[in-house]
Design a protein around this ligand. Structure first.
Ligand code: ADP
Ligand code: MG
Ligand code: MG
Length: 878
């Protein structure tokens, strides 16, 4: 393919389809222009130019000439000159990636303003104040973005100026104040740089474009891309656009609007604006804006025109739009449109409503919901019954409940969050620089900024609960304390926030488990119509099984019996069983455990009546049920020192001897799974009895238990053959004795590479296969699950040595291939062999795609991921 020779497109040459080349922003404005929506004139430098510049470290040879030519065309079309002494042209230089990354990269406004053009601009508008306001904004943005000057240098000077003049807001500063401020900004810039920067507007343009290219790789952009799985190779486009001014006085304004509520999805007005301001003030959360409804009073014509445009754009794109606008002296301009980022709840509501409105069909609705996003809906909410009392209320910027300890900066949030602590990030406002902290926090609380600020947009996109603009909050970040009406909270104090209502609570409020809303059920039921994979749940007890069924699980894919061994009543009996040195004692201990296991199974069969329940025989190594070697050693030593009674000492010594004997250097590859059952056949014997007796009891009570009994960690067909004999013998005896008619099947886990490779031989003894992809990943890659995540694995992922954590997302080429081989070999023996997956991967959308492709019958995942898996299975089938 020939190299991309064209790096520039004028506004009139673009359209929505050209997003990969022009970025979302560039394609969006071109499309608006194309259909007659008023947008300022512009041209776009393509993403290709950025990619090439990043790759080689220098601009493509012709790029600068192309930009100069495009600028001349823009000057001609507008009848203005960049930075001219008469009719000056001012432009913005805007970043714009293919996939939107709100606020993560840089934009420079008012480029072209200088000591001469500022006068011309003021005179032309009959408003010198606005011209000087634009000038001070330019110095600040250019200084920060292009010259890398610390933002606080300008912020401090602005604050000092406001204080000196008794101005509450920057809009209270007069022309003279602003002139003074510009002089001060220039002085500070020169001081910071050790020299003045070039005031040639074309040179500034060149440097601004370069800075925008580079902002593709700034740290917050990188963090955001990683969190959102956006490829680092795509690059940003650069949009050079004629400035329109929302800061020309009270007949001018700027704002952001959504065509529907991005929090709830409701079809209602949702937006904010500020008069006499530029866009950054709203989107960067510098001032808390006003509700869009109020604009009807202030600027009625522009307001109605905006509403019409919103409706039109939504119809045009057939999706909710997030739009930026500016009103210059009562005339409306649209500056950006994109498919609005939304919460999962809103995504579901909007997709459902668009189907009802006849705008999209059901399949399209299913396609529009990102399965991983549904995770948000499966988190606990605040228990309304508990009626907690709010200490203050802010804006409900992103729904959901968050409980955690207060932290005041993003670094601390990141550090503690990563360490596993639940934290709530409390900030004056959040800026895109806080992104790493927001990712790790449970929720975000700010005292400033509105609902359309970048912070709120990002929080919603990530499903992070957020309460913004809680004015009563007074934050002293330096001393790590905030107060509300005289009451104070320190770093580490627990608070709760409800991003759905904007309420803030002291302490930890009571939470309740999630449930599925009607809108949610509806979309998922559309998904069910298209998927072919069945979705089961992993559950070890009745309540979890019932919950799973509520979420639509079509059976239990994995019931781990060892969890039932761990509780305090059973553990002593389990330990007696392990310590027994003869079969009779072991049988006696097992006898005690049997009825307890049976009652657990009954509860599960009841909850899953009519649906299959796959129960796995004991899997973990026995030492997991005993104290640790070091611990027991110390205990014995202590007893010896203290001169404990001989009997007590002997008991602990015996335990120590057993612990020593059972301890293995590599327990995960040791005596576990079917190996254990073959060594101690009393165990599968007892477990089969418990399972079958439970099924009989449930059947006799009128239930419909469907039993599947599964043998773990099989590597050799012979292992399964022998265990199958035990299971079948015991089960048949029990069923015959009860005189009921009851079916069951016996299957195996495929979780060792050898098992996958000899799956045809194993299939002789298996009624079904369940792929244990956790262990298959561990043994297939040779990657210790318990150690790798804490050590090199994260570094591997961060450095792109591997694309993702293979324990979360299946390693398609390696482990995935083992699964494929296992399925194919198994079916070569038994064409209708049922195959499923019960590892963590069973709930992961990417992995589900592969399992669907291989033609497996079902996936199984934790109850709360069942709806996600149902949707993912449908999308895989589309
Ligand atoms: P971001 O991706 O951070 O939102 P934008 O490029 O959209 O960056 O610009 C930041 C703000 O500046 C937005 O509010 C936008 O509407 C405003 N803006 C950008 N270009 C212009 C322009 N030509 N005239 C007026 N305002 C502009
Ligand atoms: Mg924007
Ligand atoms: Mg396993």
């Amino acid at each position: 393919q020939a190299p991309q020779s064209r790096y520039i497109y004028d506004l009139a040459e673009g359209n929505a389809e050209m997003k990969p080349l022009l970025g979302g922003k560039g394609a969006g404005v071109a499309e608006m222009y194309r259909i007659g929506v008023p947008v300022p004139d512009a041209f776009t430098v393509t993403t290709t130019a950025c990619v090439e510049a990043m790759k080689t470290g220098q601009w493509p040879a012709t790029l600068w000439d192309d930009i100069v030519a495009a600028m001349h065309r823009l000057e001609e079309r507008t009848g203005r000159t960049l930075g001219g002494a008469e009719k000056p042209l001012l432009v913005s230089v805007r970043s714009g990636a293919v996939q939107s990354m709100p606020g993560m990269m840089d934009t420079i406004l008012n480029l072209g303003i200088n000591d001469t053009s500022v006068e011309a601009l003021g005179a032309e508008a009959g408003n010198p104040r606005f011209a000087w306001d634009s000038y001070r904004r330019f110095i600040q943005m250019y200084g920060e973005v292009v010259e890398g000057i610390a933002p606080h240098i300008y912020e401090d000077a602005l604050t000092a100026m406001k204080q000196a003049k008794g101005a509450a807001s920057d809009t209270d500063l007069t022309t003279e104040d602003l002139q003074e401020l510009v002089a001060e900004f220039k002085r500070l810039s020169t001081e910071a740089l050790g020299g003045a920067w070039s005031t040639d507007p074309m040179e500034q343009l060149r440097r601004a474009v370069d800075a925008v290219f580079k902002s593709w790789n700034n740290p917050r952009a990188e963090v955001y891309r990683r969190a959102n799985n956006i490829s680092a190779a795509m690059g940003t486009a650069v949009n050079v656009m004629q400035m329109v001014f929302g800061n020309m006085g009270e007949t001018s304004a700027t704002g952001v609007c959504f065509t529907r509520n991005p929090s709830t999805g409701a079809k209602e007005l949702y937006g904010e604006f500020l008069t006499n301001a530029q866009g950054e003030d709203v989107v960067a959360g510098i001032r808390t804006p006003r509700r869009l409804e109020e604009m009807e009073q202030v600027l009625p014509d522009a307001y109605h025109q905006l509403l019409d445009t919103m409706e039109r754009m939504e119809k045009h794109y057939r999706d909710m739009q997030d739009m930026e606008f500016t009103i210059q002296d009562e005339k409306l301009y649209m500056l950006q449109t994109r498919n609005g980022k939304r919460t999962a709840r809103a995504a579901i509501k909007v997709a459902g409503d668009l189907v009802d409105e006849g705008i999209i069909d059901k399949t399209e609705a299913v396609r529009r919901i990102e399965p991983s996003q549904l995770d948000q809906l499966m988190h606990p909410g605040i228990d309304p019954e508990a009626k907690p009392e709010a200490v203050t209320v802010g804006l409900n910027a992103s729904p959901g409940a968050a409980v955690g300890s207060v932290v005041f900066d993003a670094d601390t949030a990141e550090e503690r969050g990563k360490a596993g602590e639940d934290v709530v990030l409390v900030r004056w406002e959040t800026t895109p620089d806080d992104i790493h902290g927001v990712i790790q926090a449970q929720g975000v609380l700010t005292s400033h900024g509105g609902m359309t600020s970048h912070a709120a947009v990002v929080a919603r996109g990530m499903g992070r609960p957020c309460v913004a603009g809680a004015h009563e909050l007074s934050i002293d970040a330096a001393n790590k304390v905030f107060s509300i009406n005289g009451r104070t909270w320190h770093e580490g104090d627990i608070i709760s926030i409800d991003g759905s209502t904007g309420e803030v609570f002291d302490g930890a409020v009571k939470l309740i488990p999630p449930s599925m809303s009607e809108d949610f059920e509806r979309i998922i039921s559309w998904a069910d119509e298209v998927r072919s994979l069945t979705v089961r749940a992993n559950a070890d007890n009745g309540p979890d099984a019932a919950k799973a069924r509520e979420f639509g699980a079509q059976g239990i894919g994995l019931c781990r019996t060892e969890h039932m061994f761990m509780d305090e009543v059973r553990l002593p009996a389990v330990q007696r069983m392990i310590l027994a040195d003869n079969e009779a004692d072991r049988a006696a201990a097992l006898e005690e455990i049997l009825p307890l296991q049976q009652s657990d199974f009954e509860a599960i069969f009841e909850a899953m009546s009519g649906l299959p329940v796959n129960i796995r025989l004991l899997d973990p190594p026995l030492h997991e049920f005993l104290p640790g070697l070091v611990e027991q050693n110390l205990k014995v030593q202590a007893l010896q020192l203290k001169g404990a009674p001989a009997e007590e000492l002997a008991k602990e010594e015996a335990l120590l001897a057993r612990v020593k004997k059972l301890s293995e250097a590599n327990p995960m590859l040791g005596t576990r799974g079917c190996r254990l059952s073959l060594l101690y056949p009393e165990i599968p014997d007892m477990q089969t009895k418990a399972i079958v007796r439970a099924a009989i009891a449930v059947k006799q009570r009128g239930g419909d238990p469907i039993m599947e009994i599964m043998v773990p960690l099989v590597a050799y067909p012979e292992e399964l053959k022998r265990l199958r004999e035990i299971i079948v013998r015991v089960a048949d005896e029990e069923i015959a004795a009860a005189g009921v008619s009851l079916d069951y099947t016996v299957g195996t886990m495929i979780e060792l590479p050898r098992a996958a490779l000899v799956a045809d031989q194993i299939a002789d003894y298996a009624d079904y296969f369940s792929f244990g992809t956790n262990d298959l990943t561990q043994t297939g890659i040779g990657l210790s699950r318990d150690d790798a995540e804490g050590s090199f694995l994260n570094a591997y992922i961060d450095n792109d040595i591997i694309p993702a954590n293979p324990f979360a997302q299946i390693d398609r080429d390696g482990v995935g291939e083992l699964v494929r081989i296992g399925v194919e070999k198994g079916r070569s023996k038994k064409p209708t062999l049922k195959t499923g997956v019960c590892g963590e991967h069973g709930g992961d959308p990417e992995s589900i795609e592969l399992f669907n492709e291989i033609g497996m019958n079902y996936v199984s995942c934790s109850p709360f991921r069942v709806p996600i898996a149902r949707l993912a299975a449908a999308r895989a089938a589309l």
